[in-house]
Design a protein around this ligand. Sequence first.
Ligand SMILES: CC/C=C\C/C=C\C/C=C\C/C=C/C(=O)SCCNC(=O)CCNC(=O)[C@H](O)C(C)(C)COP(=O)(O)OP(=O)(O)OC[C@H]1O[C@@H](n2cnc3c(N)ncnc32)[C@H](O)[C@@H]1OP(=O)(O)O
Length: 286
Amino acid sequence: MALAAARRLLLHAGSRLGRREAVDGARRFANKRVLVETEGPAVMKLRNPPVNSLSLECLTEFTISLEKLENDKSIRGVILTSECPGIFSAGLDLLEMYGRNPAHYAEYWKNVQELWLRLYTSNMILVSAINGASPAGGCLLALCCDYRVMADNPKYTIGLNESLLGIVAPFWFKDMYVNTIGHREAERALQLGTLFSPAEALKVGVVDEVVPEDQVHSKARSVMTKWLAIPDHSRQLTKNMMRKATADNLIKQREADIQNFTSFISKDSIQKSLHMYLEKLKQKKG
Ligand SMILES: CC/C=C\C/C=C\C/C=C\C/C=C/C(=O)SCCNC(=O)CCNC(=O)[C@H](O)C(C)(C)COP(=O)(O)OP(=O)(O)OC[C@H]1O[C@@H](n2cnc3c(N)ncnc32)[C@H](O)[C@@H]1OP(=O)(O)O
């Protein structure tokens, strides 16, 4: 209920902002954690500092922005990137999965599923400009895209590292990984929780292209231009043919997946693992 109300408020605020900024001549709309520019190829920038973690609020704003773009028939493609220096997205917000109650876990997971389904089955062309670290849920966002361009900086890594946290990547994360890099590579990378450097990610197929850091955005734009030259109807039908079975696999068991997540994440042993991981992140600083 609370989330539905927040969603209505955000949609309302979003459309107000949209109108005001259009009057200013800049074609863009924004909410607190997501900025969307629609001048030229649409660009969606995550801006949830310090690490673009996908908190419930961030997920909600992201989903709403995507919904608005999908409803604008003049927008055929979106570049997904980050405004946080050195970070594409740190993935799901660990604080949404630690020390909360089962109802919260269920609500959070429903929203993770919702964003994934929208992104993965989007009719728009999605290109990610990966300009920073992209672990777990950050990698998931990139994997939803039709093409991935990554900055050539060995400090940036990408991959589904859940097993390093003592948790398990859900089956639909796994399905998308298998679809992208094949069964053997996915099996190994998932068990080891591998975070690939850009060069490794290119080799294994997690990303499609690695370019110097200052060219990530221009490359993403030129990729978009190429994809925009393909007729929408044939490209969309082809995308749907490639992705439908994977999306349907979650759709048919959404409730069971929420229950599985809630009971798994509520376990004492899993909460303990998350606690240790969060402590490790803190200690890294000191
Ligand atoms: C049977 C199975 C059934 C169901 C499935 C069940 C479970 C599976 C569930 C979920 C799948 C999970 C998916 C995820 O995405 S989990 C998140 C994984 N993310 C990570 O491992 C990234 C962790 N972060 C980092 O490695 C670094 O922070 C990073 C490289 C991104 C940036 O490093 P930097 O040095 O620039 O910043 P830090 O000082 O490390 O961080 C700043 C600040 O931010 C906090 N932080 C970092 N990441 C997160 C996060 N993901 N969520 C929340 N908070 C995060 C970090 O603790 C620091 O906080 P503070 O000390 O308070 O400043």
